[in-house]
Design a protein around this ligand. Structure first.
Ligand SMILES: Cc1cc2nc3c(=O)[nH]c(=O)nc-3n(C[C@H](O)[C@H](O)[C@H](O)COP(=O)(O)OP(=O)(O)OC[C@H]3O[C@@H](n4cnc5c(N)ncnc54)[C@H](O)[C@@H]3O)c2cc1C
Ligand code: SF4
Length: 420
């Protein structure tokens, strides 16, 4: 279990390793020849290799192994569900407990920043090919970095004022500090990728480019069709979190905040409300805590802040005159259950896609996700897509993995077209 430290809105909730504890943890690694941990990373990071480097005091070598493979190495060290990925594959699971791979990755990247290690460099020779990436979330950042490393000219168009997508406008900074995201994004900029902010791509903006990558994520609000859903101060999680990130000190969600959902997004909403000064914050989830998708450490952190958790209740109705005043819930058995006072109700029950046909002219499925081949090609030969807008919403590391694979496809397409 990671140690939880006292936190305000901008300090990280979980402590990292010191030099000594990192070396102690690396010393537990069995240096397995087949390194099963390496099969557990969707983005292809090789933990066996970077832990070996740390163990032999070659921290720069460790940072190189991570960064060359995953441009968002610092971010993934914080938000990856390690227990379901590399750590689950670790040979030490069969002996005592897995190596804390995520925290060792965090340590190596913290050293990279502290000692200003220059690991990635823009190539000296540029190619003629021009690629546009739409959206500056993990999928686009990974795709753009791979293309820039190969010498292509890449421009990322982002409708918000900053890059990062969910990393900047969603995940709570106590879990993922902004400076960690900014440091990862600096690596992308250092590779020569150009950014155009406050630029929502709509119609025909992209005709000048040889290829287009669509990594726009899921920003469509989802609120259940219950009585009172249109009252004031009823939010979808993405809108609530974006307000919390952009308004910062001015964000005032009210005294009593109810968050509906059981995933990391719900916990992020509840923590954001609490750290913004809400007195009573409660997460209400329709199943048991064991069934909830959020990481247990995140629930523990929420509890440590005084956030309440009610399980096996589903929203029935929101009551109020012009704005929400109470949230009514029914028990799992359908029997009328609880009534909670509420100045704001936040639904963290998933996000949906927004329309992309205006600018990308690509086929989508019945849910609005972009349809792609296993090479991330759409039905429009010059348009590729990956990340949440394709997979329906998964994880940061999967968006990175898909963005990298899409970059390989784009390069193959440009070669085929003779764009050097
Ligand atoms: C609150 C929250 C918490 C999460 N916690 C975790 C976690 O702990 N661990 C984990 O692995 N995953 C987590 N996830 C999931 C993870 O963040 C996503 O899977 C990942 O961000 C997907 O990356 P993406 O690049 O596909 O999309 P996004 O991160 O959504 O980025 C898309 C970008 O495109 C921009 N955009 C959209 N339309 C346009 C347009 N027309 N023109 C220009 N720009 C546009 C958006 O503004 C955004 O910046 C969480 C998600 C949320 C919402
Ligand atoms: S599986 Fe575990 S013990 Fe083996 S190399 Fe990977 S981290 Fe070390």
């Amino acid at each position: 279990m990671s140690k939880i430290v006292k936190s305000d809105f901008n300090s990280e909730a979980v402590a990292g390793f010191t030099h000594r504890t990192a070396m102690e943890e690396a010393a537990r690694c069995l240096l397995c020849i087949d390194a099963p941990c390496s099969q557990g990373c969707p983005a292809g990071t090789d933990p066996g290799k970077f832990i070996r480097s740390i163990r032999f005091r070659n921290v720069k070598g460790a940072a190189e192994t991570i960064r060359e493979n995953n441009i968002l190495g610092g971010t993934c060290a914080r938000v990856c569900p390690y227990d379901r990925l590399c750590e689950e594959f670790c040979s030490r699971c069969g002996i005592d407990k897995p190596i804390q791979i995520g925290k060792l990755q965090r340590y190596a990247i913290e050293q990279e920043e502290a000692f200003n290690m220059q690991i990635l460099k823009a190539p000296a020779e540029k190619k003629a090919g021009k690629v546009a990436c739409v959206g500056a979330g993990p999928a686009s950042l990974a795709c753009a970095s791979e293309l820039a490393k190969a010498g292509y000219n890449v421009t990322i168009f982002e409708r918000e004022a900053e890059a990062g997508g969910v990393l900047t406008y969603g995940i709570v900074p106590t879990r993922l500090p902004k400076k960690v995201v900014d440091h990862d994004i600096k690596m992308v900029k250092d590779l020569g990728v150009a950014f155009e902010f406050n630029k929502e791509v709509k119609e025909a903006d992209l005709t000048d480019f040889d290829a287009v990558f669509v990594g726009v994520g899921l920003w469509g609000a989802k609120i259940p069709d219950i009585k009172g859903k249109d009252l004031k101060n009823v939010y979808a999680a993405v809108d609530f979190l974006k307000q919390a990130r952009t308004l910062e000190d001015k964000f005032a969600p009210g005294e009593n905040v109810i968050v509906v959902g059981g995933g990391d997004v719900a916990v992020d909403c509840a923590v954001s409300a609490k750290l913004a000064g809400a007195k009573n914050v409660r997460i209400v989830y329709r199943r048991t805590i064991e069934e909830a998708p959020a990481n247990m450490t995140e629930f523990e952190y929420a509890l440590s802040l005084g956030i309440g958790i009610t399980t096996e209740m589903a929203p029935a109705e929101l009551v109020g005159t012009d704005k929400v005043e109470f949230a009514m819930f029914d028990g799992r058995d359908g029997v009328s259950g609880a009534k909670f006072k509420a100045d704001a109700v936040v639904f963290a029950i998933g996000q949906g896609p927004e329309a992309v046909d205006g600018f990308a002219a690509v086929a989508t499925d019945d849910k609005g996700s972009v349809k792609v081949s296993d090479q991330f090609e759409t039905n429009n030969e010059k348009v590729f897509a990956a990340g949440d807008i394709v997979n329906g919403g998964k994880t940061v590391v999967e968006a990175v993995a898909e963005g990298k694979a899409a970059a390989a496809s784009i390069m193959a397409y440009l070669e085929k077209k003779g764009v050097k």
